[in-house]
Design a protein around this ligand. Structure first.
Ligand code: ADP
Ligand code: ASP
Ligand code: MG
Length: 460
């Protein structure tokens, strides 16, 4: 039985990080690993910046924006590989740089084709890192082979956030990977990228390498889907806001999905669904502390003794409130309302309704002006930008009285809107003003976890 091991961008940031990954994989060969790797950290951002500059017509600046990351790829090759291999790899990176420059020029010229060209450009990040990692693994004695993920992950043509087609992806992934695994070879694939059935490159959305790992795990029915990153598992809060956050040992799929959806960047929100479908545990581990067990996410739910397991948050949210007397006792109103969002391909996150009003939150407000214009035909519309969503998660919230009171009394001087307790009752989600989100997360964390942190410190 195989395992999928996905390494994020910071786990392959430089020479030392590649060395660590090689050691981690080499120590787990008995698990027949399939390796999925993100672009080296900063690469996707640099490629996107290049695309943006190219769109503005600044080709030289666009090419220049990529110089540092390409150099970093070369210095890994030169620092780890033997002379001959390093020479080949550097030549390969130079050829990629020429292709990238050509694509940037096309992006600036071919207005109609930009989305397609951008995905082709972004794919270089994961194609280069997977090529490099396969070489590094071979250098360290592991029988590894790069596999082009575009032959495995078959998607629709929604460029920038493509959806995989399960049957085709299943067939292609099995065909490409099963023979390699059977002969003891470690396949190394770039995450995040796929292709349409016509072979046109697509991408799965930012952070999508986790999703690739889950898709491959579900297809191959692996024993585990391992997400190797720069923190030890899923923590009780975002460590960038709350450095004292602690590792959560165990999460249910539902808890992990809520956390991922509402801002815990450590897991891409789409990762959980394939894992549930294949009943495959997901483990989140730290590539800098590989012996730590990290977090295991699986079907068995357990009620945490402290009831609340984690607090996730995401800023940059817009809330929209539609008030209309026409809603009163009418049917078809909500459908008309949500059709507006559907027409503008805009995802709605949290929804709450009362008899005469609907409040909802949006992550992506690009189409907001058009949406508001249409909503105004249904009722009075109020838009609030600069909001943040906080999501308090734990299986134990189900049926535990007093949690909401404790949450809201902890932040009683902060104006809370859009309160929702999801259908699964394992999360309490609400919106507040963005400027106070860090403060709110810290106060909630203190209220719900300070006792455990103090205990952990005095423990021998
Ligand atoms: P990778 O490059 O490995 O995919 P990401 O940057 O996408 O890594 O995700 C890991 C980061 O997620 C962490 O460094 C941390 O800053 C952030 N993060 C946000 N919320 C959480 C959380 N609840 N637990 C762990 N990490 C979190
Ligand atoms: N490289 C892609 C990104 O930065 C995908 C990933 O890292 O998961 O979004
Ligand atoms: Mg990530």
């Amino acid at each position: 039985m195989t395992i999928v091991m996905k390494f994020g961008g910071t786990s392959v940031a430089d020479k030392n990080a590649f060395e660590r990954v090689a050691q981690i994989v080499a120590a787990r060969l008995e698990g027949s690993p399939v390796v999925v790797v993100s672009a080296m950290s900063g690469t996707t951002d640099a490629l996107l910046l290049g695309a943006h500059l190219a769109e503005e017509g600044s080709i030289d600046a666009a090419v220049g924006a990529l110089a540092e990351v390409l150099e970093r790829h070369k210095s890994v090759a030169a620092g780890i590989l033997s002379n001959e291999q390093a020479g080949d790899m550097v030549a390969h990176i130079d050829r990629a740089a020429e292709d990238i420059a050509r694509l940037l020029r096309r992006i600036s010229e071919e207005l109609q084709n930009r989305k397609v060209l951008k995905d082709a450009l972004l794919a270089y990040g994961e194609m280069l890192s997977s090529n490099l990692l396969a070489e590094v693994l071979r250098e360290r004695g592991v029988m590894a082979q790069q596999v082009d993920a575009r032959q495995c992950i078959i998607t629709n043509d929604e460029h920038g956030s493509a959806s995989p087609s399960t049957p085709e992806t299943y067939l292609q992934t099995q065909t490409a990977l099963a023979p390699l695994i059977a002969s003891g070879v470690v396949p190394v694939l770039g995450g995040f990228i796929g292709a349409t059935s016509k072979g046109i490159t697509t991408t799965l959305g930012r952070g999508g390498s986790d999703y690739t790992a889950a898709l491959i795990g579900a297809t191959l029915q692996t024993k585990e889907i391992q997400i190797w990153t720069d923190v030890t598992g899923v923590l009780t809060a975002d460590p960038r806001v709350f450095p004292k956050a602690q590792t959560i040992k165990r999460l249910s799929y539902a808890e992990a999905a809520e956390l991922a959806y509402f801002g815990a960047k450590v897991l891409h929100p789409k990762t959980i669904q394939p894992a549930i479908e294949g009943s495959i545990p997901v483990r989140i581990c730290n590539s800098r502390a590989p012996e730590e067990p990290g977090t295991i996410v699986c079907a068995q739910t357990e009620t945490s003794p402290r009831t609340v397991k984690a607090i996730a948050h995401k800023a940059g949210v817009t809330t929209v409130q539609i008030t209309s007397a026409r809603m009163l006792g009418a049917y078809g109103f909500l459908r008309a309302l949500f059709e507006v969002f559907e027409r503008h391909r805009t995802v709605v996150d949290v929804v709450t309704t009362s008899e005469v009003s609907v409040s909802l939150s949006l992550d992506d407000a690009t189409a907001l002006p058009e949406i508001v214009a249409e909503l105004q035909q249904l009722g009075t519309v109020r838009v609030e930008k600069g909001r943040a969503i906080i999501c308090v998660v734990g299986e134990g919230l189900r049926g535990t009285p007093g949690i909401a009171a404790r949450v809201f009394s902890t932040i009683n001087d902060i104006n809370v809107t859009l309160i929702s307790q999801g259908a699964s009752s394992i999360n309490l989600t609400f919106a507040i003003e963005e400027e106070r989100v860090n403060e709110a997360v810290m106060r909630l964390h203190e209220a719900f976890f300070s006792h455990e942190i103090a205990n952990a410190r005095v423990a021998p």
